[in-house]
Design a protein around this ligand. Structure first.
Ligand code: ZN
Length: 183
């Protein structure tokens, strides 16, 4: 028991050092985003809260939940979706004021981006940091032009940076898509 605690503490310290040296660009960006969004956060409830608490401990991240309302009211939020950056994972409520987070696979996917960022360090933002939001915008455009949501989701999650995140976090995207009407 004691050995396990020591091991956990050592991992805590090593990841803290890694995040604030090798990964400092995205750690700083995530910290700034967390500060910037701190006025529009809401509290997770029940099972969602329990899941957040468990994941934060396991992954050594802070999970922030943005209010769905803020997304509907501010143009800037409409352009942004959930993300994983540095030591933070940003999620949106699924419905206004319900305090619920997305399905576990979606949360794991954001953690996959964090894992990839811990591997690639300073090369993360110039690559994934540019491509991931860009593919996100292209996906929304495709839907505006008549593509169905399952079709768009299939296209989006097969982009390289999304595929890497799924792989690292062991997300079963095929099953996830099937459950949502895609194939
Ligand atoms: Zn992603």
């Amino acid at each position: 028991m004691k050995n396990k605690l020591i091991k956990e503490k050592i991992i805590d310290i090593l990841l803290f050092v890694l995040d604030w040296t090798w990964c400092i660009p995205q750690t700083l960006a995530g910290t700034i985003k967390a500060k910037w969004g701190s006025g529009v956060l809401c509290k997770a409830k029940d099972a969602s809260l329990a899941q957040i608490k468990q994941r934060e401990k396991e992954w050594r991240v802070t999970i922030l939940l943005f209010c769905r309302k803020s997304r509907e009211e501010h143009w800037l939020f409409q352009k942004i979706s959930g993300s994983g950056m540095g030591r933070n994972i940003f999620l949106y409520e699924t419905e206004p004021d319900n305090g619920e987070i997305d399905d576990p696979e979606t949360i794991k996917h954001e953690y996959g981006h964090i894992l990839f960022s811990r591997i690639t360090g300073p090369f993360f933002l110039p690559t994934v940091g540019i491509f991931s939001p860009m593919y996100n915008l292209i996906g929304r455009k495709k839907m505006k032009n008549g593509m169905t949501w399952p079709g768009m989701a299939k296209w989006y999650y097969s982009r390289w940076c999304e595929r890497v995140a799924d792989k690292l976090a062991k997300v079963d995207r095929k099953k996830w898509l099937e459950e949502r009407g895609g194939k």
